[in-house]
Design a protein around this ligand. Sequence first.
Ligand SMILES: Nc1nc2c(ncn2[C@@H]2O[C@H](COP(=O)(O)OP(=O)(O)OP(=O)(O)O)[C@@H](O)[C@H]2O)c(=O)[nH]1
Length: 233
Amino acid sequence: MRAEERVTTSGPLRVAVLGGTQVGKSALTVRYLTKRYIGEYRSDTDMLYRCVLQVDGAPQPVEIMDTSASCQTTSHAHLQWAEAFVVVYAINDKQSYSQAANTLKELNERRPSASVLVLGNKSDLGHLREVEEVEARTLALNHSARFSELSTAESCEDVTDTLDSFMKEVKSQRGVATGNCSGNVSPKQRKMSVTRMLGSLIGRHSPPPQPITELIVLDKEERTKLVRSSRQI
Ligand SMILES: Nc1nc2c(ncn2[C@@H]2O[C@H](COP(=O)(O)OP(=O)(O)OP(=O)(O)O)[C@@H](O)[C@H]2O)c(=O)[nH]1
């Protein structure tokens, strides 16, 4: 196993959401965690969501990193930190698909045992389609990855079903049913209540979101520290 493959086998499931710019990574993550669709997000930084989800019928601590698409290549930190990856492209954006293909190649080389889901988002924009489903499905198959095409905007159910079953696969690959959500996060990391964060996005009078325990906004330095501390587990 390569050094980059040495990930924790207990504790929270760690999933990184990767992909090109504006493909819907944040919309997908928030849709999955809160069931809500929110149109616009800040995009200059990584967001780390810590939560407890029902995975395969049992509570499971999970950390999902919604990465910022500011760099072309997948960052070393993301590759080391996560044990599973959701690689997102938009079906109406060929360039985002090429980027997803490069990411798959990189994952194949550096994290060959990781679970990977290739996700073609924005299927509601079929009239603007630039990526054929069969082509993307074949690419995923060639990299032993799962594949799904969906619309985060239009179908909460598809997002939930797809990511629930991916989480189940990640958990079963690990073979551990429990973990803890305490993690190893630098005290300097800015923590903000997700209720407050989402409250400002969706309005104060909306019902409270699903039980997300914590949202952490990571800058580059903080992300590096997180990876360093995750290696010490
Ligand atoms: N039509 C359509 N638009 C979507 C869908 N999902 C997301 N969007 C829109 O796509 C744009 C980008 O969404 P984000 O979630 O911010 O994308 P991102 O990949 O996190 O963006 P960056 O981090 O800035 O690269 C927003 O305007 C969303 O409203 C979808 O399923 N269909």
